[in-house]
Every structure is written in C-alpha cells, then in structure tokens.
Design a protein around this ligand. Structure first.
Ligand code: B12
Ligand code: SF4
Length: 457
C-alpha cells in the first residue's frame, strides 16, 4: 500500500516567517515506516506549493491512502486538500486536534473523509492501516471514527516506548524559525499533556496528565538530531517543558556534559520559575522561553483560570532576562470580563516586562473549550476579522460580551502592536540584538508585515 501524509499548502501564497516541521505527521509516518509500509510525507506548506502544483502532485502519485492532520484555524485548507485528494486515492484519513474535538461532525463538514483518528495517533494509525491492507475489520479499533460509528479515545500511550521521529522523512532545509539564529531547526516533544486547566486551551489530544519522557529517552533523540542531522536549533513545543525541575536539570546537565552546542527554546510558566534552573538552562543553550502572560488584570487571569498573578509575571521575566535568556510573551485581549481600559493595562505590562517578542491575540473561543461554552451560552460567540499580524485564520472566533464590539476589538489589537513594537526603544533593542543576515531579513519582513497589517486595519 502506498501512503502519503500531507501538510496542505498555505491558503494563499505569502511569506511565512515560521515554517516548522509537522511533528504529528512525522510521528505517524515513523511508526508506519518502521512497520514496513511504503510511506512518504509531503509538506506542501513548507515547500510553498501552489494548489495547482499540489493537485498535479497527488494526480501523479495516486496513493492508496492519504493521511492529513489539521488544527481548527486552518481546517479550510485541510478540507480543500481532502476534496482534491478524493479524486485520486482510495482512503482518506484525518487526524489532529480538529477531528479530536469535532469527532463525527467532521463527516458533515467534509463528507469526502473516510476515517477520523481521534487523540494520539501512533497506535491507532498502525492498526487502521493494517486492517485496510489485510482486510481486517475496523469497527473495534480504538480511536477510529467513521460516518457510521464512533469509537472511544484509546488510552494514553507510554511515550517512552514510541520510536524517535524519523527526521529523514522531512525537508529540513526548508524549515525556519526567526527567533532562533541557526538552521537547520527542528521541533521536539519531550513530554505530552498539561495539568493546568486554562479555559481557552484545547487539550483534547494529549489530556491533563503530564507524561514526561525520561532524560535518557530525550537525550537519545537529541544525540541523533545533533550527530546525524546536524540540527543547530531545537524548539521544545511541549505544553510545559519546565514542569519538573529535576528533569530539566538532568537534561541540561547531560547537554552540557556532552558539549552539545545547539540553541533551543521552550515554553515555560510564570508560576514555576527557578533562577538556578534558568542559569543552568542558559548554560545548556536555552536562548528563549515563551510564557503565557495573557493579562495584567486579576479579573482576566481568574476568568482564564491561569493560576498566576502579576507579581509572578514580573518576577519570571525579570529572572529569565537576568539569567541571560530572551523571552516571548503571549498576551490576550478582548477578555469578556475586561474593559478597553483593562487591556491598556495589559499593554503597559507588556512594555514593562520587556519581552523580546510579544504576541497579542484576541481571545478566541475554540470549540470544545470552557470559554466556547461560556460564549455560546451567553450569546456572545461571533466569528469576525480579528487576526493578529501572524495569524492565517480567515475569521477568528471572538467573544462579544457587553464590554466589547468588533470595532473595539480591532482597535485594541492595533493599539497593542503600535504601542509595543513601533517605539524607538523597542526598535533600538532589536537592532542591537541582530547577529546575522537571516535575522536582518526576517526582522525587516516581520516589521513590514506589522506595518502592512496596520494600514489595512
Ligand atoms: C507547534 C504548534 C503550532 C505551530 C504549527 C506548526 C506545525 N507545523 O505543526 C504554529 C506556531 C504555526 C501554531 C500556530 C497556531 N496554533 Co498551534 N500548536 C502547536 C503545538 C504547540 C504543538 C503541535 C505539535 O507539534 N504537537 C506534537 C504532535 C506530536 O502532536 P499532534 O500534532 O497533535 O499530532 C498527534 C495527533 O494529533 C495525531 N495526528 C496529527 N496529525 C495526524 C495525521 C494523521 C493522518 C493521523 C492519523 C493522526 C494525526 O497523531 C499525532 C501523534 O500522536 C500545539 C499544542 C499541542 N499540545 O499539540 C498547538 C495547537 C495545535 N495550536 C493551536 C492553536 C489554536 C494555534 C493558533 C490559532 C494560535 C494563535 N493564537 O495564533 C495558531 C494558528 C495558526 C494559523 N492560524 O495558521 C491549538 C489548536 C486547537 C484546535 N482546535 O485546532 C493547539 C492544540 C494549542 C492548544 N492547546 O489550544 N501552532
Ligand atoms: S495554556 Fe498552557 S498551561 Fe494552560 S492548560 Fe494549556 S498547555 Fe496548560
């Protein structure tokens, strides 16, 4: 059986500063390859393929099975790819966060899909493909859904038993991430799940139990990445890389002991920051930590169930910068219990804690989250154009509580980018931090992107 896993082309051809390996497809491809199947991954997004080229590619290849993954904000591109693929393949399988949330509703949204795989996909896909290949029944495969039946999620995988992603399956020369200086760059998951319950977050795939990979298991993958693929930058995309201090210390000590010189970035949480660990992370090559700040207001933090406070936010950024590590701050605007004036405080906080990079987004209630239920129950759910400069969404779900109108949301978003980025001190700091030509071009493109976005608004 010939299998192709697809990351669909971009909605429109345009410059994307972040183009990173699709790790979900890579895990799926790896287990199938190791089981002896003829499988390829086509990262049409990274290749910058047009829809015409993509159609031509699928028409030539005519695989038996096409597997696609997708998150809700770009699901229209996934469905477009499915409709094209339908003409040239026997079976179409959809995995990823969107199907894990919407389950059988996907067959109404896109009737051309044959099977959905919900939750973690590695074990399910193997059983499903074997069943299709050998003609076994599929009705009892946990994690599989079709138009006629919906099986339950399978129990979580012991992720220490998974094979390492086979990175030879992806075009590593095409990936870029402007906040990390060196290429090639890869993505990495050293744990799955998160024990927190932020009300805007979708955890339908990996759940609420934090499942770490052991230090030995993580180092085994890093050894291959560094020695075989000559990767120079790693993005740890775990929901919470820093949750267990001892594990972070062990991993950092191993990296230092092995004298590995790659740089890396991870996601942290402001309430679990430790200065000694930060200094060790810096010595081990960590150059950036991203924190979900979200809001400067206790009312907003509480609505989002963040379990953090403003003092922790200020302290976390302060300690991280003192350890010599750069920061990204994620900020949320348009929180229904906050007002326009409250959001101005959030913007002021962003300026005060000085993240190297700030991303402001309008609060988006995605299906399946607590805030989605809240928005629908109150009649506050709307889909409007409230994109930030890096979003590719067509329209973004927002919450129009009595405090907000569409215009107010768009205004506050614009104000945030203006007040944070278009200031002499910020531009000066960025110029001082530039180290190479790639950074110059990506900063200029980002900067022009923000200006262009502001003009359109
Ligand atoms: C990396 C990442 C990105 C990257 C995407 C790059 C990429 N090529 O993957 C970037 C930075 C671009 C991004 C952007 C956004 N993201 Co994002 N992102 C993630 C993140 C942190 C990790 C994804 C990942 O690599 N996971 C690791 C792999 C192994 O897991 P996986 O992809 O889920 O794959 C597993 C299963 O889903 C399944 N599977 C996946 N694909 C397939 C395919 C087949 C055929 C099969 C059988 C199975 C299968 O099997 C895999 C192995 O178990 C997740 C959080 C998370 N915990 O996953 C959020 C997440 C996917 N992002 C999310 C969101 C909301 C966004 C943004 C809207 C955020 C924002 N405010 O702007 C934007 C949207 C971008 C846009 N509009 O274009 C949500 C999606 C919710 C949803 N309903 O779809 C998530 C889940 C975060 C969250 N907890 O809410 N994101
Ligand atoms: S936003 Fe981050 S900390 Fe909050 S529940 Fe989601 S993954 Fe966990």
């Amino acid at each position: 059986m010939k299998i192709i896993l697809i990351n669909p082309p971009a909605r429109e051809k345009e410059y994307n500063s972040i183009v990173v390996p699709p790790l979900g497809l890579l895990y799926i491809g790896t287990v199938l390859k190791q089981a002896g199947f003829n499988v390829k991954i086509k990262d049409a997004f990274a290749e910058g393929m047009t829809w015409e080229n993509f159609t031509g590619y699928i028409r030539n290849e005519r695989p038996d099975i096409i597997g696609i993954g997708g998150m809700s904000p770009v699901i229209d591109t996934v469905f477009k790819a499915v409709k094209i693929a339908r003409l040239y393949t026997k079976y179409i399988i959809l995995g990823g966060p969107h199907v894990s949330l919407y389950k059988q509703k996907i067959f109404t949204q896109c009737p051309e899909i044959d099977f959905g795989v919900i939750g973690e996909g590695e074990e399910t896909i193997l059983e499903l493909v074997k069943a299709l290949n050998y003609g076994y029944p599929i009705e009892n495969i946990a994690g599989v859904i079709t138009k006629s039946f919906q099986n339950n999620f399978r129990k979580f995988i012991d992720i220490n038993t998974l094979p390492y992603p086979d990175r030879s399956m992806l075009p590593y020369h095409l990936y870029r991430y402007p906040l990390l200086k060196h290429q090639p760059v890869t993505t990495f998951f050293s744990s799955r799940g998160c024990p927190y319950h932020c009300t805007f977050c979708d955890k339908s795939t990996f759940g609420s139990i934090w499942r770490p990979r052991s230090c030995e298991n993580v180092m085994g993958e890093i050894d291959i990445i560094i020695n075989c693929y000559k990767i120079r930058s790693i993005i740890f995309y775990d929901d919470l890389f820093t949750l267990n201090k001892d594990r972070v210390i062990k991993i950092c000590e191993e990296i230092i002991k092995k004298k590995y010189k790659f740089e890396w970035k991870c996601e942290g949480r402001v309430n679990i920051v430790d200065f000694e660990v930060l200094k060790l992370m810096k010595r081990a090559g960590c150059i950036m930590i991203a924190y979900g700040v979200e809001s400067a207001n206790e009312s907003g933090l509480s609505y989002l169930n963040k379990k953090t406070n403003v003092n922790q936010i200020i302290e976390a950024f302060n300690l991280t910068h003192r350890a010599g590590i750069k920061t990204t701050g994620y900020f949320i605007l348009g929180i229904p219990v906050e007002t326009y004036e409250d959001e101005l405080k959030t913007i002021e906080l962003a300026k005060k804690i000085k993240p190297t990079y700030a991303q402001f987004s309008i609060l988006s209630p995605y299906y399946g989250t607590k805030i989605y239920e809240d928005a629908v129950n109150n009649g506050w759910y709307r889909e409007v154009d409230a994109k930030n400069p890096v979003d590719k969404d067509l329209k973004r779900p927002v919450i129009l509580s009595p405090n907000w109108t569409e215009k107010k949301l768009q205004d506050i978003l614009k104000t945030a980018y203006q007040k944070f980025y278009l200031t002499i001190p910020y531009i000066y700091r960025q110029i001082l931090s530039i180290r190479n030509f790639t950074q110059i071009t990506s900063y200029i493109k980002e900067f022009l992107n923000i200006i262009k976005w502001m003009k359109v608004k």
